[in-house]
Design a protein. Structure first.
Length: 301
């Protein structure tokens, strides 16, 4: 029996060569991602204002102040509301649209383009558009209500502290629904028709085939959708800044905007950094718990 000789030189070359080519981009990534992350964490324990060249170590003072700050809890509550509504509206509406488009309707590409169009727009553009939609006197919503004799339903959609956060959330849901539709549509198209036909042969109707066969097979797509929505909900900034800047009062403030105002408007850079650290930890913990639970459930199946 012949023994194959292993050329260690060739193996070393195959391993080292890709590393050499990846090293420049990897170095930039490490410096600007992990480097800034570590620097931000360290900065949150100081009194740096963003202007002076010197700063002092103050320990947990910023975090203690943050957890006593009423604005922090308002912003956190609004982010939770944003995540909760986004997990209901875009996720299930996107699934509904994907099921409709998956039926091979005439003009399918046109419908897909229309539904996905908002995803191609920046939040700033969307904010400007929906500010016109919500405008109390000449906006599309109130003008339509007035035209059909429902003037009593007209509201200050982004001017009323009790409505503003929900108006903003629905605007964000309108933007991301096309994205969830595309993901679900890809999942639906990957399911073999043989499985669906087998369920129908066993006596299942269309609804039963979807709920008991198709929907469980979309588990991986659903995981991506939920994780994406949670992350986006807790780092939303552009839309709120464009439409309300957190107002009226603090009614629509969110963590990212709260951090921005403290760091760049009030020049409390270290305090703003502490907010961003807490924001990162919230996103990391929520997504990590969700993903670990999902992976464990898949392992039990």
């Amino acid at each position: 029996m012949k023994r194959r000789r292993i050329n260690l030189g060739n193996i070393g070359e195959k391993v080292i060569t890709p590393i050499i080519f990846l090293l420049p981009s990897l170095s930039v990534y490490l410096v600007f991602t992990f480097g800034t992350l570590i620097y931000s964490f360290v900065l949150s324990f100081t009194d740096y204002d963003g202007l002076s060249s010197r700063f002092n170590f103050i320990g947990l003072a910023n975090y203690i102040k943050l957890f006593k700050d009423a604005t922090f809890y308002i912003a956190l509550k609004n982010n939770v509301i944003w995540a909760a509504v986004s997990l209901i509206v875009p996720m299930f509406l996107g699934l509904f649209l994907a099921v409709l488009v998956d039926r091979k309707i005439r003009g399918e590409n046109i419908f897909k383009s229309i539904f996905y169009l908002p995803q191609t727009l920046s939040f700033v553009v969307i904010g400007v558009i929906w500010s016109w939609v919500y405008e109390p006197t000449k906006g599309i919503i109130n003008s339509t209500l007035s035209a059909i004799g429902l003037d009593s339903l007209a509201q200050q959609w982004i001017g009323d502290p009790g409505l503003t956060i929900y108006s903003l959330v629905l605007t964000g849901a309108w933007q991301i629904t096309g994205y969830t539709m595309v993901l679900y549509l890809a999942g639906l198209r990957s399911i073999s028709q043989d499985v669906i036909e087998a369920s129908r042969i066993d006596g299942a109707n269309n609804w039963q085939s979807f709920w008991y066969v198709v929907y469980p097979m979309l588990r991986n797509i659903r995981t991506v959708v939920i994780a994406t929505i949670i992350i986006n909900s807790f780092k939303i900034f552009d839309l709120v800044f464009t439409m309300t800047q957190g107002g009226p009062g603090e009614a629509s403030n969110v963590l990212a905007l709260f951090m921005y105002k403290e760091a760049f408007w009030k020049f409390r850079m270290s305090y703003g950094t502490a907010i961003s650290v807490i924001q990162f930890l919230i996103i990391f913990i929520v997504v990590a718990v969700y993903l670990s639970r999902t992976i464990r459930q898949e392992g039990e199946v």
